[in-house]
Ligand binder design. Structure first.
Ligand SMILES: NC(=O)c1ccc[n+]([C@@H]2O[C@H](COP(=O)([O-])OP(=O)(O)OC[C@H]3O[C@@H](n4cnc5c(N)ncnc54)[C@H](OP(=O)(O)O)[C@@H]3O)[C@@H](O)[C@H]2O)c1
Length: 334
């Protein structure tokens, strides 16, 4: 019999794109999660998605899923400029929300979302899946252990070549295009998590014909001399590794470091130990598990990824965008 501790949690998904599929696959390894409904702007797309992932209900509008009485929590998988409005609609109707990264387009929108969640006393979390991966926990543990000495440098890159398509959300400014908000957010997230806000930011973008950053190089400098060098791009396939360097050793988060990945710890100059954290599922299940832990405990936010962290992250992204003069329609409301 289901106890409150393992009560089945009914999920809904808004959007039927690339990440919605990955998340549906992630949920499928959690026995106490039921993917019960999906919503699309097109009922045909909703039905197709529902058939593929054995989902009971296919809604032909986002409004319908927000009103669906069978749903406990909604995962929002639309392009960034819709995150705020989709989240507000779900919260307004008393649904808990897990919303994709970037949480929204800017600080103003994130503040609106947080304020609505608090007004409705309803759970809200950014779907920053990397935060919940065993490799990140291990990284934090190794740094805290002092094995690497004092960490002085982080280098982290995330470059994935994409064919240029001005209508695709990666390049289309109206859909929140640009490498920073899509993939550069990962190196920025990790540096913020490990070191907090930098004292100085130097940013060099390559702005393409759709007036978004197709590549972006960042340097974060801290007053005590720590430096992070970060890079994102849609024009090259970079290593997608992170190197964390200390006075006594270094840690490498291997390729696709933001996913379930292995680590390599080097002590001194040469002795390298490979660390393979064990994973289940495709990685998206970890963030979903945290949401369900919080819902069962009656919490309205996660203590691992609190709303205050998401606010600091969007403020840092806004600060970087200011450095490179990158403005979106959502900023015009300021
Ligand atoms: N955590 C991760 O690993 C990860 C990875 C990739 C993306 N993401 C995030 O997830 C979000 C979606 O990315 P994606 O790659 O899944 O995008 P996508 O493949 O383009 O899918 C987005 C979905 O949003 C819906 N949508 C609503 N309004 C839309 C519009 N005007 N144009 C296009 N689609 C619209 C569509 O679903 P319907 O037509 O069915 O309504 C579409 O299938 C982004 O914010 C991105 O940053 C996260």
């Amino acid at each position: 019999m289901a106890s409150p501790d393992n009560k089945l949690i009914n999920w809904g998904i808004i959007g039927t794109g690339w990440i919605a599929e990955k998340f549906a696959q992630g949920l499928s390894v959690l026995p106490d999660a039921k993917l019960k409904a999906v919503a699309s702007r097109s009922v045909d797309r909703a039905r197709k998605f529902a058939a593929q992932y054995h989902i009971d209900t296919a809604h032909g509008s986002y409004e319908q899923i927000a009103l669906d009485p069978d749903i406990d929590v909604i995962y929002i998988a639309t392009p960034h400029p819709y995150h705020c409005a989709n989240t507000l609609m779900c919260l307004e109707n008393g649904k808990a929300v897990l919303c994709e990264k970037p949480f929204a387009m800017n600080e103003r929108e994130v503040l609106q979302m947080i304020s609505k969640a608090r007004e409705k006393k309803t759970f809200l979390m950014e779907a920053f899946w990397t935060r919940f991966l065993p490799s990140i926990e291990k990284t934090m543990e190794l740094i805290a252990s002092g094995e690497m000495g004092a960490v002085r440098h982080i280098s982290s890159d995330f470059g994935v070549w994409r064919p240029f398509d001005p209508s695709h959300r990666a390049f289309n400014k109206l859909l929140g295009g640009g490498s920073l908000l899509d993939i550069g957010i990962y190196p920025v997230f990790l540096t913020l998590l490990l070191w907090g806000e930098p004292n100085l930011i130097s940013a060099v973008p390559d702005i393409g014909s759709t007036v978004v950053d197709e590549s972006l190089a960042l340097i974060f400098k801290y007053d005590d001399g720590r430096i992070a060098t970060l890079f994102s791009s849609f024009t090259v396939n970079s290593t997608v590794e992170t190197h964390i360097c200390g006075t006594k050793g270094r840690l490498k988060l291997n390729r696709w470091w933001h996913c379930p990945a292995s680590l390599e710890l080097t002590r001194g100059d040469n002795e390298t130990q490979r660390i393979d954290p064990s994973y289940i599922g495709n990685g998206y299940n970890y963030e979903a598990e945290e949401v369900m832990r919080c819902l069962r405990a009656g919490k309205t936010e996660s203590s691992i990824l609190p709303l205050g962290f998401s606010l600091r992250l969007i403020r840092l992204l806004d600060r970087i965008r200011k450095e490179i003069g990158l403005v979106y329609a959502a900023d015009e409301h300021e």
